[in-house]
Design a protein around this ligand. Structure first.
Ligand code: COA
Ligand code: AMP
Length: 635
């Protein structure tokens, strides 16, 4: 990468004049009414961006490009699991979004109302999100791999006026019928939506509930035939665009709020400066619209700059082979790919010499970006070797909406250090501190915190839970946002992310709460106590492993109970939890004050060196854990 990087001067400029910096970046956006100020420190939990402004995110993502680049592809859909392929130009996309917006308004959805989107990776999922943005409704997308109960929790919290769904999602090994899950979730929740709009897919027909469910295709066709077009509704810059639920430290997920104005400004800035992406190019985030990567870099960011985005309904391997990504890149002239390291580990496992790559023309491919979990140096080095382009690790969270730390290719980039996502982006004053909040010297592990205010695009609060927001993120280190990641900064200012300080684990790039899983295990009638830890996994980074102590007097086969527990997590949280290992033990290792020693259990399971905790109640329990893990073939 170029030695002549503009990173240092850009970061310094932001430090010196943060408001002027973001004020300039805001010129990339069409405003209906200009902001009164760039930032108002008195509003919200730590201030709000672009107060007083009126805008519409759908206008900026679709309408303005439909006028200037109407025949350019806005969205490419490629579905190896169904064989379908479809391209929508900006003009097509505008027509779809206007019609669906009108259908939503007919369903009674108005500005500020929430709409849950529970859909697979098909263009209609993107159209649904944009249609909500268009009419000022707040979308809340729920990932298809979650079970009915998780969906119900989100319905209860968001209280949606309407739910948009499809009859099914398609996994390589099965068709996932969504409608029974949705019906169960609605039955479980105390807040009932007025209407459900359902897209029937050829792979599964869903039953309709009279008086509540509407057929998507018919409703949209009728709206189009009647020439109905919902106009863009002006919203405040600070109004919510969406709520995206993410794992917290309990079973109750956190509703991360994203605003309109700051979000657009930050994403547009990141596309040019972080990713080096240009209008008219094809940018592919191989994720799912159910995750933050999908929100930011499948839906909004590429469209905001007039690039072409890709909706891929498939996997990196097995649909049909480990050349799937290369096929996509060459077929659609994709210049930039963004995915999770786990996808590359999966490809490397299937095709270690990357023999399938030779079949495809990758000559115009420019860069690979990785995020969502730690990018292990082996995988990064392998990807660099086979692709011959920059491979860039960058670190961010659902909460932040865009990268905190990265290697800004658009600014010329910096030398890569494997294992590090490189340096903070403008907007982020990242510090590593000890338990008392005091900065630690270089190469010393500590908690990673960000000095307030957070930049545009980051969450202003949690959905209708300001106190939980402050308590979860702002209270541990006053004046700072607590990322709950731990790591260190080296002597060159490069950040290294080493893991979470809470009970969140990352399984195949999916963020999960072990606390939430423990709640499920504890609900089994035969379980007295339990502990769930994330253990190392060569493919998925981590996988959950649950230990259970049975109630005294239970004399059923532990194997049978373990199977029931595995099924229970699948039923209550969903297949995405990938919970496959349950181990019965006689007791759990604890401190003398009764705290379960999960950290030591993890070290034993991972085969790492560990030392006997001084406060342990009975050291012999750790041997029992080790032999139970051996017994299950885990270590
Ligand atoms: N709907 C329903 N079920 C889903 C689903 C969805 N949208 N997505 C995943 N699942 C299911 C899978 O079918 C699997 O079920 P199974 O237990 O019956 O096999 C389970 O959830 C676990 O899925 P996953 O952990 O993704 O494993 P996998 O074996 O299906 O695939 C990889 C492994 C590495 C290929 C895959 O995880 C991958 O491509 N990951 C990319 C990560 C990513 O996009 N992260 C987003 C942040 S960038
Ligand atoms: P999510 O909210 O799902 O994006 O998950 C955020 C968490 O994933 C972070 O807090 C980190 O623990 C982890 N994570 C994301 N990106 C990286 C990265 N590049 N390196 C290490 N960990 C990462």
């Amino acid at each position: 990468m170029s030695a002549a990087t503009a990173y240092h001067e850009t970061y310094a400029r932001w430090r010196k004049e943060p408001e002027a910096f973001w004020g300039d970046a805001a010129s990339a956006i069409d405003w209906i009414r200009q902001p009164d100020a760039v930032f108002d420190a008195a509003e919200g939990a730590y201030g709000r961006w672009f107060p007083g402004a009126l805008c519409n995110t759908c206008w900026n993502a679709v309408d303005r490009h439909a006028a200037s680049r109407g025949e350019q592809a806005a969205l490419i859909y490629d579905s190896p699991v169904t064989g379908a392929k479809r391209t929508l130009t900006y003009r097509d996309l505008l027509g779809e979004v206007e019609a669906l917006g009108a259908v939503l308004q007919d369903m009674g959805v108005a500005k500020g109302d929430r709409v849950i989107v529970y859909m697979p990776m098909i263009p209609e999922a993107v159209i649904a999100m944009l249609a909500c943005a268009r009419i000022g409704a707040v979308h809340s997308v729920v990932f298809g791999g979650f079970a009915a109960k998780e969906l119900a929790t989100r319905i209860d919290d968001a209280k949606p006026k309407a739910i948009l769904t499809a009859s099914c999602g398609i996994e390589p090994n099965r068709v996932v019928a969504y409608k029974p899950l949705l019906d169960e979730a609605i039955a479980l929740s105390s807040s009932k939506p007025d209407g459900v709009l359902l897209l029937q897919r050829a792979q599964a027909a869903a039953g309709m509930v009279e008086g509540r469910d509407l057929d998507w295709a018919q409703a949209v066709a009728a709206a189009k035939a009647a020439g109905r077009k919902a106009p863009c509704v002006p919203v405040a810059s600070t109004d919510p665009l969406y709520v995206l639920y993410t794992s917290g430290t309990t079973g109750k997920p956190k509703g991360v709020v994203r605003d309109n104005g700051g979000h657009m400004v930050a994403l547009a800035w990141s596309m040019a400066n972080m990713y080096g992406a240009r209008p008219g190019e094809v940018f592919w985030a191989a994720s799912d619209v159910g995750w933050v990567v999908g929100h930011s870099y499948i839906v909004y960011a590429p469209l905001l700059i007039g690039a072409t985005t890709v909706v891929y309904e498939g996997k990196p391997v097995g649909t049909p082979d480990a050349g799937a990504f290369w096929r996509m890149i060459s077929e659609y002239d994709i210049r930039i790919l963004f995915t999770a390291p786990t996808a590359f580990r999966a490809i490397k496992k299937e095709d270690p010499r990357a023999e399938l790559l030779a079949r495809y023309d990758m000559s115009r491919f420019r860069a690979l970006f990785l995020a969502g979990e730690r990018a292990d140096p082996d995988t990064v080095a392998w990807a660099e070797r086979i692709l011959g382009v920059p491979v860039i690790d960058h670190w961010w969270q659902t909460e932040t909406g865009w990268p905190i730390v990265g290697n800004p290719l658009g600014l010329g980039g910096l030398p890569v250090k494997h294992g590090s996502p490189t340096v903070p982006m403008p907007g982020w004053d990242v510090q590593v501190v000890d338990e008392g909040g005091k900065p630690v010297p270089p190469n010393t592990m500590g908690s990673i915190v960000v000095k307030l205010p957070l930049p545009p695009g980051a969450l202003p609060t949690l959905w209708q839970a300001d106190d939980r927001f402050k308590e979860s993120y702002l209270s541990a280190f006053p004046g700072f946002y607590n990322t709950s990641d731990a790591g260190f900064v080296d002597e060159d200012g490069y950040l290294f992310i080493m893991g979470r300080t809470d009970d969140i684990i990352n399984v195949a790039g999916h963020r999960l709460s072990t606390g939430g899983m423990e709640e499920v295990l504890a609900s089994h009638p035969d379980v007295a106590e339990c502990a769930v830890i994330g253990i190392k996994d060569a493919l998925k980074g981590e996988q959950p492993c649950g230990f259970v102590v049975l109630k005294s007097g239970v004399n059923r086969s532990p194997l049978e109970i373990e199977k029931e527990i595995v099924q229970l997590v699948r039923d209550k949280i969903g297949p995405v939890a990938a919970f496959k290992i349950a181990i019965t033990v006689n007791r759990l290792p604890k401190t003398r004050s009764g705290k379960i020693l999960r950290g030591t259990m993890k070290k034993i399971a991972d085969g790492d060196t560990w030392s006997m905790p001084a406060t342990i109640d009975d050291p012999a329990v750790l041997d029992e854990i080790a032999s139970a893990l051996h017994g299950k073939g885990v270590v």
